[in-house]
Design a binder for this molecule. Structure first.
Ligand SMILES: CC(C)(COP(=O)(O)OP(=O)(O)OC[C@H]1O[C@@H](n2cnc3c(N)ncnc32)[C@H](O)[C@@H]1OP(=O)(O)O)[C@@H](O)C(=O)NCCC(=O)NCCS
Length: 389
């Protein structure tokens, strides 16, 4: 007998498309017009004028900081940036071939083991943990780059911003002004984005009354996928596969038009217009490519975008460049290893996830949706010896 049950309620669209799951004061993603606003401020203004630290304050407090509030935040972040000898010893045990995202996920989870208040979810403790996680994530990513290339991890410097400190600890050289400015803009642009998949998973974990380390670890695992944060690395690999701007049209015809591949870094669940972050990163990556006298990858990316945007399917399906497309070029030009692109996305997004965790705690209810059962009903128990092969 294979009768089916009736659906308990109208099923949500596949992938929960267009389902509104709550309210937020953090950001507005307007996919039709291609606009992004953080707590009232246009993303273009913030990318041009704000530092990452100012945006962290904005996301955590709902307003821009005064000079003294910003100094206080900087001081608190710097106080948490170093990694303990135990964490560094743990990271040295990891196989050198481990991927940076897996290392980040495991190390962030391990931080909880040395925090006596890991399971204390009071607002004060959660603020402290948000500062700690935001400060230590760049140090973990940089330390892993040093460890896997047989170099000593570096201590953060009190005179540098978060963006500059990350570049310094990664490369071991004094970061250049333009690199730091691009890094700051990247971190600002990627720090928050409504109810994306990783933010949703952080909120689901929080809603079960679990702790902040668990919620951030969950979010990192979700960000890792190629349909989400992993797309920046995949975009750069695609540019390499194409190899030269001259090959773009043929590659598009052979791979995208035949349905074999997608253009990584294009298309978006919400944006049906140009992702405003892609527009900013386009100009930043172009300026960076010009300054370093290496236009090859920028020109290839620009030509592929033009080719795709002239294609009737891309026009019909409203497929535009998303944030990962030009960020791949910007990060590559700064000298970030390709498999560190997604960890860098995580560095940017940790404060955004934390802000959502604060909102979830402020008005929590267990997130537990329903699902429509479409399997068989009324089957009779069959003893194992009568079940055949
Ligand atoms: C982001 C993404 C996962 C959104 O997915 P989604 O909203 O579930 O959309 P779908 O995967 O259902 O795609 C809708 C249609 O557009 C097509 N499409 C979507 N993105 C495409 C891309 N980058 N290249 C080519 N075709 C694409 C799909 O093939 C599908 O076509 P169909 O309706 O004829 O089957 C998707 O656009 C994608 O895979 N992009 C590449 C990866 C990426 O850049 N991710 C980072 C997002 S910030």
């Amino acid at each position: 007998m294979t009768e089916k049950t009736a659906a308990p309620a109208p099923a949500a669209g596949k992938g929960l498309q267009n389902v509104v799951v709550g309210q937020t004061k953090l950001s507005l993603v307007n996919g039709t017009e291609g606009k992004l606003i953080y707590a009232g401020y246009n993303i273009e203004d913030l990318a041009e004028h704000a530092t990452f630290e100012e945006v962290i304050y904005l996301l955590w407090h709902g307003k821009l900081p005064t000079q003294s509030q910003l100094e206080e935040l900087r001081k608190n972040l710097f106080a948490e940036m170093s990694l303990s000898p135990e964490i560094l010893a743990l990271m040295r045990q990891f196989p050198k071939k481990a991927t940076p995202m897996a290392v980040l996920r495991t190390t962030v989870s391990a931080l909880a083991l040395w925090d006596a208040d890991a399971d204390n979810n009071s607002p004060e403790q959660n603020r402290r943990k948000a500062t700690l996680l935001t400060a230590k994530t760049p140090t973990i990513v940089a330390a892993w780059e040093r460890i896997r290339t047989d170099k000593e991890p570096l201590q953060p410097r009190a005179d540098l911003s978060l963006a500059a400190n990350f570049l310094y600890m990664l490369k071991g050289t004094e970061p250049q002004k333009q690199e730091v400015a691009v890094m700051d803009a990247y971190l600002v642009l990627l720090s928050e984005h409504g109810m994306n998949a990783s933010t949703f998973s952080a909120r689901v974990t929080t809603s079960t009354l679990s702790d902040m380390y668990s919620a951030i670890t969950t979010a990192i695992g979700t960000l890792k996928g190629a349909a989400h944060g992993g797309a920046n690395e995949e975009a750069m690999r695609m540019f390499f596969e194409i190899g030269s701007a001259d090959n773009v049209e043929q590659w598009f015809k052979d791979n995208v038009k035949t349905g074999k591949k997608r253009v990584m870094g294009m298309g978006h669940r919400v944006y049906k217009a140009l992702d405003p972050r892609a527009a900013v990163l386009n100009s930043k990556s172009k300026a960076m490519a010009e300054a370093t006298n290496n236009m090859k990858w920028y020109e290839l990316a620009a030509k592929l975008e033009k080719t795709a945007r002239a294609d009737e399917d891309f026009i019909k399906k409203n497929l535009y460049a998303n944030v990962d497309y030009y960020s791949a070029i910007a990060l590559y030009t700064i000298g970030i290893p390709m498999d560190q692109f997604t960890p860098l996305f995580a560095i940017a997004r940790v404060p955004g996830w934390c802000a959502h965790i604060f909102e979830q705690w402020a008005d929590n209810r267990l997130i537990r949706p329903d699902v429509e059962y479409v399997g068989p009903m009324g089957l009779k128990w069959i003893p194992i010896e009568q079940r055949g092969n």
